[in-house]
Design a protein around this ligand. Structure first.
Ligand code: NAD
Ligand code: USQ
Length: 388
């Protein structure tokens, strides 16, 4: 099977490309390196050093003997997208290539517009290219659990049966996301669903929870193969941040009372879920949704776990929540479809946290402390997020 990984220079795209290549698939990656550009803009860098994509690919060839193809370009450029898909002829396209930070999208008008244009236009170009070149290509698109928000009912996997005025239908599950970034994912989902109904495309929308961890079997094989690890308040995700804060001796920044509940998964499960989706494609014309996570935790539970597992002193600080989100709420999201396809989850364990502490310890001197505390406030339309 030939698999094209869009966003192959990113936190998840790179380990996914390595994993799929290691499993014997023909893999190519595409990226325009804009994620590295956001680092320059924000004055930060990945805690774990990352190497240029060309060097990562060369090292993988030396380590494994396998080739990974490379396309450098912007998905907003339709000509680039068409040429790449014609040239590589993928059976599946895994689409990670979007601006993925909620705080980044809430900095100001410019960042909100950039996020939605980049994500929605890039995804539309991919949909059109598939429809024009080969509608049988399976689009595996990274969505987000945050598309659903936190409704006071159980969250289904994409669709819900509704009875209204004596009639029944199965309809897309209602969406109420909490940032302009998460909204871009909702817009993508609607566009993909329509493209499947309209052109008979086949697609899997993976509503993924928050990912944690940094090492996979492949990235561990050589320092040049490492993937990025973000700690800053704009791109760092919560559990990775808590672990980094513990090692630095910085208080763990729990927003609000920490009673928000979110869904989580280990990076090693992300790469496997992508393979499971590719191995089990939907029928032509089918749009399906998998909720891609393995466990739910409140933020306070996670912070307590990090404090109790970290061998040194670590403490929690409850800070005013800079986001507009329910501070305490019901949360119960279904997630059976990937398990039914064979996912064997890596549940959060002390061992994982300890190995993450070890990696962080090695690189902790690279941290810029000023970039840790949140400074993007959802309620303001202008935020100063960049650092000198
Ligand atoms: P990332 O920012 O590390 O990687 C995304 C990559 O896409 C970057 O290398 C970036 O340069 C590239 N990119 C962005 N726009 C592009 C464009 N227009 N053209 C070409 N390349 C472009 O993000 P990540 O953490 O690896 O996340 C990957 C995907 O998974 C995203 O769509 C994100 O929304 C989704 N996701 C991530 C998480 C998480 O916890 N990291 C959780 C759920 C869903
Ligand atoms: N939070 C803290 N302290 C912190 C950082 C975050 O309490 O220091 C809280 C936030 O308020 C939020 C929760 O932790 O309630 C999650 O925040 P996050 O930054 O870890 O994750 P989020 O903004 O939701 O976005 C991340 C990825 C995004 C992906 C999403 C999956 O950046 O690409 O779509 O996780 S999900 O959350 O399921 O929508």
């Amino acid at each position: 099977m030939r698999i094209l990984v869009l966003g192959g220079d990113g936190y998840l795209g790179w380990p996914t490309a390595l994993y799929l290549s290691n499993r014997g698939y023909e893999v190519a990656v595409a990226d325009n390196f804009v994620r590295r550009q956001y680092d320059y803009e924000l004055g930060v860098e990945s805690l774990v050093p990352i190497y240029p994509l060309q060097q990562r690919i060369r090292t993988w060839k030396a380590v494994s003997g396998r080739d990974i193809g490379l396309y450098v370009g912007d998905l907003q450029n339709a000509e680039f997208v068409y040429q790449m898909i014609r040239d590589f002829h993928p059976d599946s396209i895994v689409h990670f290539a979007e601006q993925r930070s909620a705080p980044y999208s809430m900095i100001d008008r410019e960042h909100a517009v950039y996020t939605q244009v980049n994500n929605v236009v890039g995804n539309l170009n991919v949909l059109y290219a598939i429809a024009d070149i080969d509608p049988k290509i399976h689009l595996i698109k990274l969505g987000s659990m945050g598309e659903y928000g936190t409704p006071n009912i159980d969250i289904e996997e994409g669709f819900i049966e509704i009875e209204h005025n004596g009639r029944k239908d199965v309809l897309p599950f209602p969406k109420m996301p909490g940032s302009f970034y998460h909204l871009s994912k909702v817009h993508d989902s609607h566009n993909i669903h329509f493209a499947c109904r309209n052109w008979g495309l086949r697609s899997t929308d993976l509503n993924q929870g928050v990912v944690y961890g940094v090492e996979t079997e492949e990235t561990k094989q050589h320092p040049h193969l490492a993937t990025r690890l973000d700690y800053d308040h704009v791109f760092g995700t919560v559990l990775n941040r808590f672990c980094i804060q513990a090692v630095l001796g910085h208080p763990l920044t729990v927003y609000g009372r920490g009673e928000q509940i979110r869904s989580f998964l280990d990076i090693r499960d992300t790469v496997r879920c992508i393979e499971l989706a590719a191995l089990n494609p939907p029928a032509e014309g089918e749009y399906r949704v998998f909720n891609q996570f393995t466990e739910q935790f409140s933020l306070r539970q996670l912070a307590d776990l990090v404090v109790s597992t970290y061998p040194g002193d670590a403490r929690i600080e409850y800070v005013d929540d800079p986001r507009t989100e329910a501070l305490a709420h019901y949360y119960n999201a279904k997630h059976t479809k990937l398990i039914e396809l064979g996912l064997e989850p890596h549940y959060l364990s002390d061992t994982l946290l300890e190995s993450l502490f070890g990696v962080i310890e090695q690189y902790k001197d690279r941290v810029s402390w000023e970039a840790i505390r949140p400074s993007v406030n959802w309620r303001r339309t202008h935020n100063q997020a960049t650092r000198v």
